[in-house]
Design a protein around this ligand. Structure first.
Ligand code: ATP
Ligand code: MG
Length: 780
């Protein structure tokens, strides 16, 4: 058998057709798990190997950087495997590690490094590194190729500086995040500051257009671009400069785009310009040694809130099809076999998506046998739901030695839902990673509120004080902060002593003293309240008194909404803590929060359960998937409930979630869920009712309870806490074993009974303070 046939043997006939297709435009449309990404990957390899295309002529667009990395590695392996026979006369599997590495590195140097594979933003920032000097904005200004890319917080800082310093406006009225959002929208509509300004007829609009002008001036003065520019500037550059476009049109002879259903207008413009060299798609006919290959599934279009538009995919054939030479009439391939999921899972997905009106039906056949039914679990509440996930993971790992933590994923609709699951995982020592986002306690708003709590518990914690002294903004600028810190340093006292003394504050902070005093008052108030009130009251009190959530509400962006949800989830976390601890104190809560983020760090690099939002799961697959929180108002989301089209997008999201599962799928919903601090009854999602009942097994409840002694296992914090408090007296000098950090020696014991925390010195990790109730400590 030649290497050639080997190569394509991993594909079915439709995939092979799409891979072997050479010149012209080709669209591959197919449902989830049908091998679209595989076809795209193999096509790249085939272009190089069979058609001898120089890798430097290939441009492949993926949806995430991770997907790009995987694609490169896959192609590298394909070529390395192929060369094994040629170079060593042995199949790949018979080579030793050194030989395999040697081959891969050879393939990397000769092929992979020349391929342009990446996200739209990554690839076009690279284009700009070459050619930005030829670009002029509408005012004739230029950038040089060392330009910086300003991320979201850089841009927001810039807007804030303009609002406050340059225009002398109130940044409470012109909230930097909201203004930045308006600018970004204007940019993406292709409006220059002047054009935008002409459209404004109220005061706010005129101010924003003024900020926009200054913002562009500042970007230019800093030789910087923002994220929007990374796509918009190349479009403008290509339109301005025919030579530049011609260069890139000649370079990228073969363009491939994955997840094409989620491209937006600007991204489409980039592709269209590169393919046709600026000619109208319908009249373009110079397809010699040139192709555009896109793969997608309109049923998986889930980014309309970022202006993605699946009609771009629907129009593909119309766009490019007419111009094809007669002998290359095939412009669409459909893939109809699913290689990912068991039949039951696939049947459920197919059934669900048929409830959408806006779609074209397609065939998707299972190839992997029926599999288990889909498990449906009705949880008491979100804590029970999280414990259910834990118990199932444990059970499956016990029963199937070939499985490891990396084979599991839990998917949810909103980021805030990760919290109860993370908590349950930390307690049960299940390693996990959050894909495409931050762990709960690493999120900015959570760190802010926790910094308040720390400062309240311990005002000498200057780091926490500094984090929130001007968060939310209360007019305390960096100079004031520097002055306050200098004063403290000179007196040799902690910063708090200065902040807590009205006279000193007035002396040092001058005009900003009002803000500083207000801050100190909040800390003091809750410091005394904390003696008698539960943690949850302190959290809600801080949120109220500081206006933290209020400020987020005025921003009104999706991101702000997510932050609010996270703050609400922190309220839920403290309520849960209160219910589960015998003597819930602020200190004990802070210890448990610190410990949960500390444990996180130790688990990196190991096999871990993946947690992520449904949006982040696109394109991925896992043997076992938990889809949690299937409740009305949560999924489909509250905001979609009155809009049938929005519910259709939610349903597509559910389709994406279900089709991530290879072997087993668990769906769950809770009878009640804690929202905004209070327990609300929850109604199960309409999506569950849209699945064929015969595919669902909902008899899990009793089985699970019977099988898993979780609630009473020694790892349950309540039980552990009791055991420790009653039977274990911790003493300085005791040698102990900690379940994550290993063996250490107690150096301090703080407090007594349930308020106790313990400092332990570990040989390699240094000293750590842990809550013995949660840490699972044993004397040795
Ligand atoms: P999604 O719509 O979720 O992005 P997809 O259509 O891109 O899915 P892939 O991820 O390419 O699907 O493939 C799904 C799974 O099926 C992968 O594990 C892949 O390796 C496997 N697969 C694809 N094609 C074949 C084939 N011809 N034979 C065997 N397995 C295949
Ligand atoms: Mg894919």
């Amino acid at each position: 058998m030649t290497a050639n046939t080997n190569f394509l043997a991993h594909l079915n006939s439709s995939q092979r057709r799409s891979v072997e297709h050479y010149c012209g435009a080709l669209l591959v449309v197919a449902g989830a798990g049908s091998g679209k990404t595989r076809a795209l990957t193999y096509r790249i390899a085939n272009l190089i190997r069979t058609h001898h295309v120089d890798p430097a002529h290939i441009l492949a667009v993926t949806f995430t950087n991770k997907a790009a990395k995987e694609m490169r590695s896959r192609i590298e392996l394909l070529f390395a495997q192929q060369q094994a026979e040629l170079k060593f006369g042995k199949p790949w599997g018979a080579l030793d590690d050194y030989q395999q590495t040697q081959l891969r590195s050879h393939v990397y140097k000769t092929i992979i490094k020349d391929l342009w594979i990446g996200t739209f933003h990554g690839l076009f920032s690279k284009v700009l590194r070459f050619d930005i000097e030829k670009y002029q904005d509408e005012k004739g200004r230029t950038w040089n190729k060392n330009f910086s890319i300003f991320d979201d917080s850089d841009c927001q800082g810039l807007v804030k500086q303009i609002v406050v310093k340059q225009l002398d406006l109130d940044d409470k009225k012109f909230e930097p995040r909201a203004v930045r959002y308006a600018i970004s929208t204007a940019k993406n509509q292709g409006l220059s500051p002047d054009e935008y300004s002409k459209q404004q007829n109220d005061y706010r609009g005129r101010v924003i257009s003024d900020v926009y002008k200054h913002y562009q001036d500042a970007l230019c003065a800093n030789n910087a671009l923002d994220f929007d520019d990374l796509l918009l500037v190349p479009v403008q550059l290509f339109r301005q400069n025919a030579q530049v476009l011609d260069y890139w049109h000649r370079k990228f002879r073969h363009i491939l785009v994955d997840e094409y259903q989620d491209t937006n207008r600007t991204q489409y413009d980039l592709i269209q310009l590169l393919v046709t060299n600026g000619v109208d798609s319908k009249t373009f006919n110079n397809w010699e040694h040139r192709s555009i290959f896109v793969v997608g599934d309109a049923d998986q279009s889930i980014y309309s809130f970022r202006a993605a538009d699946f009609t771009i995919l629907m129009n593909f054939q119309d766009d490019f099809g007419d111009s094809m030479p007669d002998d290359r009439t095939e412009t669409m391939v459909k893939l109809e076999e699913n290689y990912r999921s068991r039949e039951n899972i696939l049947a459920a997905a197919n059934h669900l998506i048929q409830h959408n009106t806006q779609r074209i039906d397609k065939i998707l056949k299972a190839t992997r046998g029926e599999g288990e039914p889909i498990f449906l679990y009705k949880a008491d509440n979100e804590i029970d739901e999280a414990e259910f996930v834990v118990s199932q993971i444990r059970k499956l790992l016990r029963e199937n030695p070939e499985l490891n933590y990396g084979n599991f994923a839990a998917l949810y609709r909103t980021n805030a839902q990760s919290r109860p699951i993370e908590d349950a995982f930390v307690r049960s020592q299940i390693p996990y990673t959050i894909v495409g986002g931050l762990k709960f306690y690493d999120r900015r708003e959570i760190k802010d509120i926790v910094a308040y709590l720390r400062a309240i518990a311990n005002p000498n914690d200057t780091v926490s004080l500094l984090r929130v002294i001007n968060t939310p903004r209360r007019g305390v600028g960096q100079t004031t902060i520097d002055n306050l810190q200098n004063a403290a340093q000179q007196l040799g006292v902690p910063l708090w002593e200065i902040l807590n003394d009205e006279t000193s504050v007035k002396t040092v902070a001058g005009r900003s003293s009002k803000g500083v005093l207000n801050f100190a008052e909040i800390i003091n108030k809750w410091r005394s309240e904390s003696e008698t009130r539960p943690v949850v009251d302190i959290v809600t009190g801080i949120v109220e008194d500081t206006g933290y959530v209020h400020e987020l509400q005025t921003q009104g962006t999706d991101e702000a909404l997510e932050r609010i949800q996270n703050v609400q989830e922190l309220v839920n976390a403290t309520i849960q803590f209160q219910e589960e601890s015998d003597e819930p104190s602020l200190e004990a809560y802070l210890a448990s929060a610190a410990l949960s983020s500390d444990l996180d760090n130790l688990q990196e690099g190991k096999e871990a359960v993946s947690l992520m939002t449904l949006h982040a799961s696109k394109g991925l697959e896992f043997p076992i998937v938990f889809l949690v929180g299937l409740e009305a108002g949560l999924f489909p989301s509250f905001r979609s409930l009155n809009d049938p089209m929005a519910v259709e997008e939610e349903r597509r999201l559910c389709y994406v979630g279900i089709t991530r599962a290879q072997e087993m799928l668990y769906l769950s919903h809770a009878r009640e869920r804690r929202l905004y601090g209070s327990r609300e009854p929850a109604i199960r999602s309409q999506f569950i009712g849209e699945l064929p009942p015969e595919l669902l097994n909902s008899n899990l409840r009793t089985k699970i309870k019977a099988q898993t002694p979780d609630r009473t296992s020694p790892k349950d914090p309540k039980t552990v806490g009791k055991t420790n408090a009653q039977t274990t007296g911790w003493r300085v000098g005791d040698r102990v074993i900690h379940r994550s950090f290993g063996v250490g020696q107690i150096s301090h014991v703080f407090g007594t009974g349930n308020k106790q925390s313990i400092a332990i010195k570990f040989p390699n990790l240094g000293q750590k303070i842990v809550d013995p109730k949660i840490a699972g400590l044993q004397k040795i």
